[in-house]
Ligand binder design. Structure first.
Ligand code: KG4
Ligand code: ZN
Length: 402
């Protein structure tokens, strides 16, 4: 037998930036062994959004069982881990601190490195992780649209060393070696990416607009999944047409608060919606919030309104992202984040990708929304580069990717 030179790196990812407590085990950044997500939706639902204090408390309750379950599903124990990747930011400070503190303690106890990860870089890696499961690798340079409840932003993604340097800067608690990697690898050999922000939302994130419109229509929280399904049931023409928001300045910026306000004004001007909104509110209060129960309480006009709202969001995300892709001669377009789970968005990007010859990539729905597999995947090249956090590592609620 030939002596094996396979060195597999097993990383535990931990994510606690918002309202999901998640842990996952990934080998070599691309082989998914397990991914466990404990959602807090049932806790925040009655407030119509995430309550930071409640989120931190729930992360504290969930972190230990979630990590245990991730190891159990991966069929390994703590001693098989080579590193721990943890979300450093952006996100809610109290929520982030739970994951960071747990990660630091565990890494210290196991005497393995702790690798701080930017949550947004995690969303980029979710796409690469998913593609790898199908034996595909998105070509670079790419443009990545990250679209969720907290973010709507377009980045140019290149290999590090190919013209866009991030420069981690000197942060307390973060060691960035001069000679990257234990064997002095060059950045692109490690799979490190460099990012440039091309545009972002000036007000609400797209997912936030979904959540607010669902609230106006009494369709519960979060709004994205239910509006997505209801839109598919529209059978009549739109009761109103929403135009693309025109803005001065950067053509790759977004604005969704005007669209939400347009829905609000339309509802105010048409009192015929009031009765069904009242009935749906009663239904939600009774805990009757399933898709079928709410669909039965939606008029054809409401379904068509939802469809028009969704079309406007999708059109805007698609157009600005594709123009951005052309402007940097991107070889592929990546779409990630909670709203990337949207059926109409996926269809629109796939169709445009085919027509324009730019390959489009999405994570599975499970890896589109917040998860820890993407954190473990993003931690891998950083682990190889020796970018480690120490005991002083702190949460950074507004950590930027570029
Ligand atoms: O990435 P994520 O889990 O958490 C954040 O970082 O925000 O995204 C959650 C957001 C919510 O606003 C939710 O309404 C939206 O993603 N979302 C969707 C869909 N599924 C989740 N929006 C549109 N269509 C969907 N199918
Ligand atoms: Zn996210």
């Amino acid at each position: 037998m030939v002596a094996s030179c396979f060195m597999i790196t097993t990383i535990l990812g931990i994510e606690s930036s918002c309202d999901e407590t998640a842990a996952a085990v990934v080998n070599d950044g691309r082989v998914l062994l397990s991914s466990v997500v404990a959602s807090q939706i049932s806790i925040h639902r009655k407030y119509g959004g995430v309550v930071p204090e409640l989120a931190s408390r729930e992360h504290l309750r969930q972190i230990v069982p979630v990590v245990r379950e991730a190891l159990l599903q991966a069929e390994i124990d703590f001693h098989a881990l080579d590193a721990i990747g943890v979300t450093q930011g952006p996100g809610l400070v109290g929520a982030l601190l739970v994951g960071i503190t747990y990660g630091k303690t565990l890494a210290g106890a196991l005497d393995i490195p702790l690798v701080p990860v930017n949550h947004l870089e995690g969303h980029v890696h979710a796409v690469f992780l998913e593609a790898a499961q199908a034996g595909r690798v998105p070509k670079l340079p790419a443009v990545c649209l990250i679209v969720s409840g907290g973010h709507t932003v377009i980045y140019e993604v290149r290999e590090q060393g190919a013209g866009l340097e991030n420069g981690e800067g000197a942060q307390p608690g973060l060691a960035v070696p001069h000679e990257l990697g234990p064997e002095g690898h060059r950045p692109h050999e490690l799979g490190l990416f460099a990012y440039r922000k091309l545009g972002g939302t000036r007000d609400d994130a797209a997912g936030e607009a979904y959540d607010k419109v669902a609230k106006l229509l009494a369709l519960g929280y979060p709004g994205g999944p239910i509006l997505d399904r209801l839109a598919a049931h529209a059978r009549v023409g739109p009761p109103v047409k929403f135009s693309v928001t025109k803005m001065k300045g950067n053509a790759f910026d977004f604005s969704f608060s005007g669209l939400k306000t347009a829905v609000l004004y339309h509802l105010r001007e048409h009192p015929e919606y009031n009765e069904e909104i009242h009935l749906r509110n009663l239904s939600l209060e009774r805990g009757e919030r399933s898709f079928e129960q709410l669909l039965a309480l939606c008029s054809p006009q409401t379904l068509a309104l939802i469809r028009e709202f969704q079309d406007a969001v999708v059109r805007d995300l698609l157009e600005r992202t594709m123009v951005a892709a052309e402007s940097v001669s991107a070889e592929s377009v990546l779409v990630s984040g909670g709203v990337a789970a949207n059926s109409a968005l996926r269809l629109a990007f796939e169709a445009r990708g085919k027509a324009s010859g730019i390959e489009t990539f999405f994570p599975s729905r499970a890896l589109s929304t917040d998860n820890a597999a993407m954190i473990a995947a993003a931690a891998y090249p950083r682990f190889r580069a020796g970018i480690f956090g120490d005991a002083r590592l702190n949460a950074d609620p507004s950590l930027a990717l570029a």
